[in-house]
Design a protein around this ligand. Structure first.
Ligand SMILES: [Zn+2]
Length: 456
């Protein structure tokens, strides 16, 4: 990637990191002032803590500001705006409701859906630049076809289509719920150059292709896969397995609600997602301890829950929004491509965190250890929970599929090796229950990580 094109906003490309910070702080001041004057919710929040928007001048000031919002608060705001203003966009809506140009919800798997993807025309134009640039960063060009498969078609991901169109590429948009037959037939028929989908789905299609289109996914001749929604690509064995099957590089990308727009570069070794749009939010500058919610200083390798504050949003800007996504932040330039800005790695969801004998463990870390034993295991796994998390009475129970060439007498020894590796890397020693390959259901959406054996 040419250094002239690191960031989606051209203004930032010649800037030093210090200048980018100043640019962010300039936008922060006007964003907070705008939120305070335009939204009853934000006015109340500032008043509650006895602060005024003009008190927040720097990113450091922002970091010590208490959290304003999380998903639950967002839902409360929506209930309140439904009651008082007859719309579902929440009391943090800052633009007149008649100015909303695009809206979409999260999948609403738990509770009432929130319209977190609510934009004015200016918003979506600005965000589309970032969303498109994220793909252009890895070589998607005008005229390329991008197969775009998600089970969220009517919900959230539609905004990414704006991004793809923004660079002049053509999205071939397929709802994953249409089934693998249709997905693969479209992949074969439309000859896309790139595919954007989830890790689970990319893996799922590998096993289905020969039976449906009479060829392997590698024969689709894709140039690149952009995958999102799960931790998978950062696990070396998962990345390699998908790259080997499709015969092209696999990138990891992210942009929850159009914030934190990021993608990996072409490095063989996972080097984290590169934040290409620091002008749109402060996402990689503000993290808190997932349990105590105290600020965590931003330094190379720091881990914490991501807190979003928008920098130039009109419709529904977020201020001090705790996302529940735990990330690791890298502050040094990318060793592979030289990208100078912040890079991040997804660690897990704060509500998926387990505490085993005082050690904080995320499912992805366990998955990483398990994957390192492929092909002796298939890599499919469940964490069995007898009680509601996060506390787990040891040993942590894992259900694993053994690899197809393994013989039953070998499984005890393998369980010991995996137990030892988990202990070496994560300081816990799990108990392992073996199941035959193919027992654990693969999902076309996010594959479940927990098997819950307790009453919810
Ligand atoms: Zn890089």
């Amino acid at each position: 990637m040419d250094s002239e094109y690191y960031y989606s906003n051209d203004v930032l490309n010649p800037f030093s990191l210090e200048q980018i910070k100043e640019y962010q702080e300039g936008r922060l001041k006007s964003q907070l002032k705008y939120c305070y004057s335009a939204s009853s919710f934000y006015r109340r929040k500032f008043d509650e803590i006895g602060a005024r928007p003009e008190d927040i001048k720097t990113l450091d000031d922002l970091r010590v500001l208490p959290l304003f919002m999380n998903k639950e608060q967002e839902r409360k705001n929506a209930t309140e705006s439904l009651e008082k203003e007859n719309h579902p966009f929440g009391t943090h809506l800052c633009a007149p409701v008649t100015e909303i140009y695009l809206t979409g919800t999260t999948s609403g798997t738990t509770g009432t859906p929130t319209f977190s993807y609510t934009f004015t025309k200016n918003d979506i134009e600005r965000i589309a630049k970032g969303l498109g640039h994220r793909f252009a960063f890895n070589g998607v060009k005008k005229g390329d076809r991008v197969l775009f498969i998600f089970a969220l078609g009517i919900y959230a991901t539609t905004m990414s289509l704006w991004g793809i169109r923004n660079i002049g590429a053509l999205p071939i948009d397929i709802d994953a719920r249409a089934g693998s037959d249709l997905m693969l037939k479209f992949a074969d028929l439309t000859k896309p150059k790139f595919m954007a989908t989830t890790v689970s789905l990319a893996e799922y299609l590998i096993g289905k292709a020969q039976g449906i289109i009479g060829k392997d996914v590698g024969e689709l001749n894709l140039y690149g896969l952009m995958l999102t929604g799960e931790v998978g690509v950062s696990i070396p064995e998962v990345k390699k397995r998908i790259e080997d099957a499709y015969g092209c590089p696999v990138y990891d990308y992210w942009a929850p609600a159009g914030h934190a727009i990021a993608i990996t570069c072409k490095s063989d070794e996972y080097s984290g997602m590169h934040g290409v749009s620091p002008d749109l939010c402060t996402s990689f500058e503000d993290i808190v301890d997932p349990e105590t919610k105290d600020p965590v200083p931003i330094e190379d390798g720091a881990i914490g829950e991501m807190v979003v504050t928008s920098l130039k949003r009109e419709a529904a800007p977020l201020v001090k929004y705790a996302t529940g996504d735990v990330i690791q932040v890298f502050t040094k330039p990318c060793p592979y491509c030289g990208f100078p800005g912040k890079r991040i790695k997804l660690v897990g969801r704060s509500d998926d965190m387990l505490v085993v004998k005082g050690v904080n463990i995320y499912p992805a870390a366990i998955k990483k250890v398990v994957e390192s034993f492929t092909p002796q295991v298939t890599g499919e796994m469940r964490i069995v929970l007898d009680e509601a998390p996060p506390r787990v009475v040891p040993p942590l129970k894992l259900k694993l599929e053994y690899g197809s060439q393994m013989r039953e007498p070998e499984l005890d020894g393998l369980a010991k090796e995996i137990g030892q590796a988990t202990h070496d890397q994560l300081k816990i020693r799990p108990s392992i229950e073996w199941v035959k390959p193919g027992t654990l259901e693969k999902s076309t959406r996010k594959t479940p990580v927990f098997e819950r054996r307790y009453e919810k």
